[in-house]
Design a protein. Structure first.
Length: 66
């Protein structure tokens, strides 16, 4: 399966996305909707990140066949 580097926002981030934060690659294990369009991401490492509605990050996403 090919991977693509994409820009994600709170509206487009998905489980399984890999986000680079401070030189570490963190895979999104789960996420929860918060007020005002924000999302709380839970990484496989147990760390949490809150993405506000206007936050933009670069993620690697596995692109499946359709």
């Amino acid at each position: 399966m090919p991977a693509a580097s994409i820009e994600v926002t709170a509206a487009t981030v998905r489980r399984g996305d890999v986000i680079e934060l401070g030189g570490l690659f963190c895979r999104v294990q789960d996420l929860f909707q918060l007020p005002h369009g924000a999302k709380q991401l839970i990484f496989e490492s147990g760390e949490l990140l809150t993405m506000h509605a206007r936050t933009r990050l670069v993620a690697v996403r596995m692109m499946g066949r359709r």
